[in-house]
Design a protein. Structure first.
Length: 53
């Protein structure tokens, strides 16, 4: 039985998703649906941008 690989996101994609969520002020769930990612990821990426990491 083969295990599927964990999906990894490029830093550019993370940056794009987080900035879109911050600029438009939409809910995390809406941003997640737009970019087909989990809402927790959007929240983490937004925090990283706000901290300047």
């Amino acid at each position: 039985m083969l295990k599927s690989k964990r999906k990894r996101y490029l830093p550019e994609f993370k940056d794009k998703v987080a900035k879109e969520a911050l600029e438009w002020g939409v809910a995390l769930v809406q941003s997640a649906v737009m970019f087909d990612v989990y809402p927790n990821f959007v929240a983490q990426w937004k925090k990283q941008i706000l901290k300047g990491l």
